[in-house]
Design a protein around this ligand. Structure first.
Ligand code: SF4
Length: 884
């Protein structure tokens, strides 16, 4: 791509979640493209969710890191890599291999991961390669290995459509993996006999299709599945031949689980016995069952045990590896799977081989490596602890933002600030983590990178470049090879293309494999450059010899030494003490991704939920004297954050849900992971991101404000949150003290030109101020403040920014509402088609009595469908009985 962008449509894969949707991108300029779903891609058959559809809006160069920096000064690659190589060499020489580390990301491509893993574990002699995927699915990996002897997802997406019972547990699939959710919705519409059970303390959008919702008490998942196991075992649902021929340990588990009676499970889960029996009966009597789980299961101190309790039930009934059956781990990131394939977790060596003597020897010979690591490295939480303790002297962080996303995030920030060498590769110049970097390296981003990713169903797809890298941006694999060369490993890192790396990686999966390892991509090891370029999506395994299999384990043949699966008796299931205060649950919202460094660039995605918030049950809110839209403070011994109150009866009492997306750059103080205690699962090292204790109290601001500007907004007030809008930025803010002079405050905030014309109003008490700014008749800024959360037609106002406003209409703007006859569309509900809440309300008023009719009137919900549950909620709020 270095010679310029192609003008043809290019098939690639989405940058975001583990569904791995195929995309067709057609460049429309040097930094822009139109995006549509790839109708031939087997993950999505042409569909995209709101985030995928908006990818084209995220390609501009605003805020992009375009050159290397050393010590905050712009420089060239040679200087930057000299600094990196010197820092790593110094640490290695004086402190040994375990004083260096790479912290990678599920956003990287498999080829990036492969070379990073090879360098650290084969040539620098340390296992210290970990990844943000540790936060997402490490418990699934550990549980797979305990049960199957390998990290294998046995089934495929098709199983989710053809099963007769789908159990969704610890997964808000509707918001976090929308295209797969919509595939299930469509399957259920075609075949209403497909039953769906949702297990989740919250009533999320995924409950929209639930025949049964089990709002269990947080943390009681393992007890529920142990109870299910006991029920199945005691009522004769054991698949005797399968268990006898292909498994080990059933009797020990049966003895342990026998105390988990329905009554006991009801006590532990706080579910009614009737609901529990309904679920158990349904599972027992349905042959084709898939249990899909995700972060709600994995992100816990008993995450690995929880996953094993799920797998146990499928092993007992022999329901795995066959069409429409099996446990199914849904990964969070686009290439979390590719990362774990190459070995990009600290407790894996390479290509599904572990740190045991035979594998270490094999890896050494394959790489001809001088210093293969002999023991696992540090997992994410321990790794950043080691940085904090000064044991890690040089760390390279690629494509991730741990200063926001790690538990106890402030401690991670302190650790990095004190580390002698922090290298950060990113596409964004100014992230919370980039601010801690000694060396900043400009990476190529989605649309410029070339390589492969693997989705949750083992499907390898190509990410293809369709834009030329801007500025001095380089591929991550190239930068790693550059470090390797400077440390003297030229021959082993002489890769000149992603295709060369892919060939070596696939050859390694096949090396001395002969069916002993699940991951075998041998059939791809001789792929030509042209073959790599045109590679269609392909699901592994793809061995040189032998039959290609879609699914694993229908006939047993597990990857333990005796080829038998293991029933696992959980060790961490205890009746948990009720936390003091509120349980803090963290997670995602529909239209944002991770720390918003990409989705935050798409104005229409920002219009769905433009402010950080906490969902809290109305009764809890009332007891705390909190009203909807008030600000609240969440605190514990790690710190405190301030976010907006959203009362929701979908939220379980005693708990709050806060999204993970807001950073120190997008809000004054809403980085929720600063409050998360860094306790982790003992087997997987995955942190518990959903169960910290917090106290909740009102944040008694003296004034609240809303601002719009063509320029960047930097409120600097006690509370603020800002997002990019179609033209400029919008911000919410609040203060504990009132500015001395509102006009001066507005001038500073809205970055006015000296010749800007102010139209303003001030109430007599001086506690409510409004102004609009015009330059040559164009509205360039607006500020509305008052003593309560600002009520105004904010989305309509945002659309007025940059417009030339006739003189007679200017003062009217200060009312905050459109003139008669104009409709404020309201916050976006349907991001794909840009349909706002008020437009939908109007349609409901006019008689649209179900989501389909709303779609016909407004277009909402007719593309990806992710907003259909919100449409249903709106119908419910309007007391409309939904008509099918
Ligand atoms: Fe991308 Fe959405 Fe598909 Fe996930 S579901 S891969 S975010 S388009």
């Amino acid at each position: 791509m270095a010679d310029g962008a192609p003008i043809e449509a290019v098939k690639t894969t989405c940058a975001y979640c583990g569904v791995g949707c195929g995309i067709v991108a057609t460049p429309t300029g040097p930094n822009s493209a139109t995006i549509r779903g790839d109708r031939q891609h087997p993950a999505n058959w042409g569909k995209l969710c709101s985030k995928g559809s908006a990818l084209g809006e995220t390609l501009g160069l605003t805020g992009r890191l375009l050159t290397p920096f050393v010590g905050g000064r712009r420089t060239n690659w040679d200087t930057a890599m000299t600094r990196v190589a010197e820092g790593f060499a110094e640490a290695l020489t004086h402190h040994g291999p375990d004083s260096v580390a790479f912290y990678l990301s599920g956003q990287l491509l498999t080829e990036d991961y492969y070379v990073a893993n090879k360098l650290m574990k084969g040539f620098l002699g340390s296992g210290n390669v970990d990844t943000n995927s540790r936060l997402c699915m490490a418990s699934a990996v550990a549980a797979h290995k305990r049960a199957f002897g390998s990290d294998t997802v046995p089934g495929t997406y098709e199983d989710l459509e053809v099963c007769d019972l789908l159990v969704l547990t610890g997964s808000n699939l509707a918001w976090c993996h929308p295209v797969i959710f919509q595939r299930i919705v469509a399957a259920k519409e075609r075949r209403p006999g497909l039953k769906v059970v949702v297990i989740d303390p919250r009533r999320t959008s995924s409950c929209d299709i639930a025949d049964l919702h089990l709002p269990i008490t947080p943390g009681s998942d393992a007890a529920l599945f142990l109870g299910l196991f006991s029920y199945l075992e005691s009522r004769g649902y054991r698949d005797d031949p399968f268990v006898k021929d292909h498994t080990k340990g059933v009797d020990e588990l049966a003895a342990y689980a026998s105390t988990f009676t329905v009554e006991d499970v009801a006590r532990r889960t706080e579910l009614s016995e009737d609901k529990i029996r309904r679920f158990f009966r349904l599972f027992a009597q349905t042959e084709r069952v898939v249990t899909l789980f995700s972060m709600g299961i994995n992100q816990a101190t008993d995450g690995t045990d929880r996953v094993n309790t799920i797998i146990n039930c499928h092993l007992l009934t022999g329901r795995l590896g066959k069409e429409g059956m099996g446990p199914f781990s849904m990964t969070g990131q686009p290439n979390a799977m590719g990362g774990r394939e190459v070995g990009g977790l600290a407790n894996q060596l390479a290509c599904h081989m572990d740190f045991e003597p035979t594998s270490i020897d094999r890896v050494q010979r394959f790489w001809n490596a001088p210093a293969v690591a002999k023991a696992p490295g540090l997992k994410a939480v321990d790794l950043f602890d080691a940085v904090h303790e000064g044991k890690i002297k040089a760390i390279w962080i690629m494509a991730t933002n741990p200063v926001v996303s790690m538990p106890d995030a402030d401690r991670v920030k302190d650790a990095l600030q004190a580390c002698p060498l922090v290298v950060v590769s990113d596409i964004a110049h100014d992230t919370d983590t980039a601010r801690c970097a000694d060396v900043l390296l400009p990476a190529t981003g989605w649309g410029e990178k070339d390589g492969t990713v693997t989705n949750s169903e083992r499907m390898i797809s190509r990410q293809r470049a369709f834009l030329a890298p801007p500025g001095l941006a380089r591929h991550d694999w190239w930068a790693v090879c550059e470090l390797a060369r400077r440390l003297g490993f030229d021959d082993s890192f002489a890769f000149e293309s992603a295709a060369e790396i892919f060939r070596e990686y696939t050859a390694m999966t096949a090396f001395e494999n002969n069916g002993s390892r699940d991951l075998d991509l041998g059939a791809l090891q001789n792929l030509s450059d042209a073959g790599y370029t045109s590679l269609d999506p392909i699901r592994w395994p793809c061995p040189v010899k032998g039959k290609h299999k879609e699914r694993f384990f229908s006939e047993g043949d597990f990857y333990t030494e005796d080829r038998r699966a293991r029933f696992v008796v959980p060790l961490t299931v205890k009746k948990k003490p009720k936390p003091k205060g509120f349980t803090l649950n963290t997670g995602r919202v529909r239209d944002q991704w991770h720390t918003m460094t990409r989705t935050g660039r798409a104005p229409r995605l920002n219009r769905h939920m433009p402010e950080p918030f906490a969902h809290i049950h109305p009764k809890d809110a009332e007891e705390l004297n909190l009203k909807n839209h008030d600000l609240l403070r969440l605190s514990n011994n790690k710190g405190s954050i301030v976010v907006r109150t959203k009362t929701a009866d979908t939220q379980e009492p005693g708990a709050v849900f806060v999204p993970m997306h807001w950073t120190r750059d997008t809000a004054s103080n809403a980085c929720v992971d600063t409050l998360v205690t860094p306790s982790a699962d003992p087997f997987s090292g995955q942190p518990a991101l959903k169960s910290s204790s917090v106290t909740v109290e009102p944040f008694n601001a003296l004034w609240d404000g809303f601002a719009l500007s063509l320029n960047r907004l930097s409120p600097g007030t006690d509370y603020w949150a800002r997002v990019v809008s179609d033209r400029g930025e919008r911000a919410e803010m609040a203060g504990l003290t009132r500015p001395e002079n509102w006009r001066v405050f507005a001038q500073d905030l809205l970055c006015t030109e000296p010749d800007a014309q102010f139209v303003e109003s001030n109430n007599s008490a001086g506690d409510a101020y409004r102004c609009a700014l015009f330059i040559s008749g164009r509205l360039t800024g607006l500020l509305i403040t008052g003593t309560k959360p600002v009520a105004a037609a904010k989305d309509w106002l945002a659309d007025q920014i940059g417009r030339v406003v006739p003189v007679e209409e200017r003062f009217l703007l200060l009312s905050g509402y459109p003139p008669k006859g104009f409709l404020d569309p309201g916050p976006i509900i349907c991001s794909c088609l840009g349909v706002g809440r008020n437009t939908i309300r109007e349609a409901i008023k006019k008689g649209a009595s179900n989501p389909t009719l709303i779609g016909e009137c407004t277009g909402a919900g007719t593309n990806c469908g992710s907003c259909r549950s919100e449409l249903r909620q709106m119908l419910e709020d309007a007391n409309v009985t939904t008509q099918a």
